[in-house]
Design a protein around this ligand. Structure first.
Ligand code: ATP
Ligand code: MG
Length: 388
């Protein structure tokens, strides 16, 4: 008898012949998430992944596993030999532990037999084990419709017995759906956008724009902190930090003031795309949300979108702010996001930004500055951080 942690996989179960590839990615992500805690072994067995480790580490291990995308349920379980005697002992041990923890009054046994050669069949094993529990433990009744606890028995290469199923983060294993360049500001939205795309399996690289020395170092430190919080879910993040002060000054000097925000946003998109293409990253990700501010009108988004060819994912486009904040709180980026450091966008913020920009007008304004040269110099001078 040995305690192990089982994790059950979500949508990847449906992926047919890609399944092995997905499972391997998931095992990789699991190992990454728990490597500093330490474990003995991670192995696959008939549709589930199992983790062996010190029982005293289980709480920490589960805590990390809860942040790994692609997991549906996480269960501490007892692994034992596949014979009735051992299963009986494990079932009694599992229910005794459960009673000590949550004192349920009713239970139901549920068996899942991946090994079809094992006898008896599932319903019979469930009722046999139910009878064992009733014989040995006082004050517990069977309730097949609404039990306060389940006793799960999985018959695979070994037998696994458990009572708890902890909800995982779901989604798809990281790295199974391409890569995205996240435009990461210090705000509330973009970290949430990155999280949501990562949960669909997209590997995340980040780019941040600042206007140092007009914005201070603490603003950059804040964004690094946000990337660090995201890295709890997705592992190390590469973050490009790009100074756009020269660009903003040029726009400020030469172009109509109301176009400041939209023009700098176009530069952000251009630079992000250039870095993305140089690094085999196939998409851009922003925290844009329709109608939130002047640059996020339908027209504003059309104009910023026009300078890039990569697909731009805006997972928050239809969200209400209150829902975005809810996710930000859940993933623990909110408190950092609301720290009051100036963002580069507020440095030259126009008092009367254009709300319905037209591509023709904006392109005309850009003729007044050296767009290509500015982009090139910004990229030449950028810094790269590896956030762990
Ligand atoms: P956020 O909360 O993400 O800052 P926001 O509601 O403040 O979003 P904007 O400031 O208009 O919206 O920015 C829209 C999107 O443009 C952001 O979600 C982000 O993806 C990108 N962006 C804006 N400023 C920066 C920046 N300084 N560095 C990187 N990306 C940025
Ligand atoms: Mg912002």
């Amino acid at each position: 008898m040995k305690k192990v942690i089982s994790v059950s996989l979500g949508e990847i179960v449906l992926k047919g012949r890609n399944r092995v590839h997905f499972e391997n990615k998931l095992v990789h992500q699991i190992k990454r998430a728990i490597s500093d805690i330490g474990y003995e072994k991670v192995y696959k067995e008939q549709g589930k992944v199992y983790i062996e480790g010190e029982e005293s580490d289980f709480e920490d291990l589960i805590n990390r596993l809860e942040k790994v995308f692609g997991l549906v349920y996480i269960s501490p379980c007892i692994r034992t030999d596949k014979n009735i005697d051992s299963i009986e002992k494990a079932v009694l041990k599992a229910i005794e532990e459960k009673i000590n923890k949550d004192s349920p009054k009713t239970f139901k046994v549920e068996t899942n037999r991946a090994d079809k050669t094992f006898k008896p069949e599932s319903p019979k094993l469930s009722s046999d084990m139910g009878a064992v529990v009733l014989r040995n433990i006082d004050g517990l009744k069977v309730d097949v419709h609404n039990p306060e606890t389940y006793i799960y028995i999985d018959i695979k290469e070994s037998a696994y017995i458990y009572t708890d199923r902890i909800e995982g983060a779901r989604g798809m294993p990281l790295g199974t759906n391409g890569k995205g360049m996240l435009l990461l500001s210090g705000g509330i939205d973009s970290p949430v956008a990155g999280y949501l795309m990562a949960r669909r399996g997209v590997g995340i690289t980040a780019v941040h724009y600042h206007s140092y020395p007009f914005t201070n170092e603490r603003a950059e430190a804040k964004v690094k902190d946000l990337a660090k919080i995201l890295s709890r879910y997705i592992g190390d993040i590469k973050m490009y930090s790009v100074n756009i002060l020269e660009i903003q000054k040029e726009i400020n000097k030469n172009c109509p003031a109301p176009e400041m925000t939209i023009l700098s946003r176009r530069f952000m998109m251009r630079i992000a795309e250039k870095i993305a293409k140089d690094n085999n990253i196939q998409s851009l990700i922003t925290g844009e949300n329709l109608g939130q501010v002047a640059s996020q009108t339908m027209e504003g988004i059309t104009v910023t979108n026009d300078v890039v060819t990569l697909p731009v994912f805006r997972p928050l486009i239809g969200f209400d702010k209150i829902n975005i904040i809810e996710i930000a709180r859940n993933i623990e980026t909110y408190e950092t996001s609301i720290l009051p450091f100036e963002d580069c966008c507020t440095v030259f913020l126009p008092s009367n930004p254009v709300i319905k920009p037209r591509i023709k007008d904006i392109e005309k304004s850009e003729e007044l500055i050296d767009v290509e040269g500015l982009v090139e110099r910004a990229i030449e001078n950028m810094e790269v951080y590896h956030i762990k």
